[in-house]
Design a binder for this molecule. Structure first.
Ligand code: NAI
Length: 380
């Protein structure tokens, strides 16, 4: 008997309705694959608007305390409260729990109309560093005393000329931060028998930040994975480690998607390539993800709260279902995960889908969020 506790946050906007449709699909797949031997024990934690209504706080301390000891959690989208002084709840969760790897598989499901000719060749998984880079938030506005002070320091102490009117930002990238992310990507590639890991960077221009990321990636491969990986162009067997400059990576992902499998990259590059690749296979409605640290894996759909369709039974619960499916794979419950993938394909080929997918499938019939969940469940 294997029972796992999953802490879940319902989320704002479409959160409650996508959960209502998605959770029965996950439970049913587990039951179908394992009978009563495997089970998820769902425990709700409060966050977002629901938490604010009940406790006066958007992220109550009890939620944070529980998550600090948790292994598995899943969340619906959280709205960033509007107004000065509110930080994004998502960013807070990532920082507090040091969820340094944002992992997004990008895989094509038959039946979706894609803007590219061979979306079926796209089968990639992006590992995006989540804590460093220009996202560290060290930025100074043009014309402020802080910006001027920094620019003057650069001129006086470092001999570096920056226009005094410039806005300036700092881009920290560390060996440790890069290596722990790249390690997750290589471990995944080895465990899942993937052909390659590509280090995506802009190191030709930003030599000591982006270039550092590349160099530390190869260093890690050399130090910790001898015999298990091989550098592109060298003799040997194992997962191929290669690197591509970011601009070439975007071009190659469109022209030769079959050459890329696991991609490990810095924060900003990862932000861009995630959305570009998701578009190649049909967009947000079926895009799952996880933010992972060393202790906690926090699964979430990549979409937001979709306020304009919230409460109207229009949302696609597919991203949440597939995020849960990633969690099942992480647990090694692959039979249940396979059932769900097969059900999604079957459901798409029957063309009864939510509004977002109906727009991408010729001759589709639109169904609501709950009905789509019921169809996914029936097709397991
Ligand atoms: P969004 O993802 O909520 O919406 C973008 C577009 O996609 C909208 O047209 C929406 O209707 C549609 N859409 C999104 N999810 C859908 C689904 N499951 N089914 C059908 N259509 C769907 O992004 P937006 O509008 O930029 O953000 C809205 C709010 O969500 C903001 O408060 C933002 O801070 C928050 N947000 C939260 C995220 C999270 O919790 N991880 C991620 C992104 C945004």
């Amino acid at each position: 008997m294997s029972e796992k506790t999953v802490y879940y946050i319902e989320g704002d906007g479409i959160g409650p309705e996508v959960w209502k449709a998605a959770r029965p699909v996950l439970n049913a797949a587990i039951e179908k694959a394992y009978g009563s031997t495997n089970k998820l024990n769902w425990v709700e934690l409060l966050a977002g608007e629901k938490a604010f209504k009940e406790t006066g706080e958007h992220l109550p301390q009890t939620t944070m305390d529980t998550l600090s000891k948790a292994e598995l959690a899943m969340k619906g989208p959280l709205q960033t409260p509007v107004g000065e002084g509110f930080r994004s709840l998502n960013v807070t969760l990532r920082q507090v729990f040091d969820l340094y790897a944002c992992i997004r598989p990008i895989k094509y499901f038959k039946g979706i109309e894609s803007p590219v000719k061979r979306p079926d060749l796209v089968d990639m998984c992006i590992f995006r560093e989540n804590t460093e880079d220009v996202y560290a938030g060290i930025e100074y506005k043009s014309g402020t005393p802080e910006a001027k002070k920094l620019i003057e320091f650069l001129a006086d102490e470092m001999g570096a000329n920056v226009d005094i009117t410039a806005g300036v930002g700092i881009k920290p990238i560390t060996p440790a931060g890069s290596k722990r992310l790249i390690k997750k990507a290589i471990d995944y590639a080895i465990a899942e028998d993937k052909p390659s890991v590509t280090l995506m960077h802009k190191g030709n221009i930003m030599k000591y930040t982006e270039g550092g990321f590349r160099a530390w990636g190869y260093e890690l491969a050399e130090e910790e994975y001898k015999g298990k990986v091989v550098r592109e162009g060298e003799e040997g067997t194992g997962v191929i480690i290669k690197d591509r400059i970011a601009d070439a990576m975007f071009q190659n992902a469109l022209m030769y998607p079959e050459q890329y499998s696991v991609i490990a990259t810095t924060n900003l590059n990862g932000d861009y390539i995630s959305d570009a690749l998701a578009a190649q296979v049909g967009g947000l409605g079926l895009s799952p993800g996880v933010n992972m640290g060393d202790n906690l894996a926090f699964y979430e759909p990549t979409h937001g709260t979709a306020p304009t369709i919230a409460g109207k039974d229009l949302a696609n619960p597919g991203s949440l279902v597939l995020s849960g499916t990633m969690m099942l794979e992480h647990l090694g419950w692959t039979e249940a995960a396979d059932l769900i993938h097969a059900s999604v394909e079957k459901t798409l080929s029957a063309k009864k889908v939510t509004i977002d997918l109906a727009a991408q499938i010729t001759g589709a019939t639109q169904v609501g969020c709950q009905e789509f969940g019921e169809i996914l469940l029936a097709n397991l």
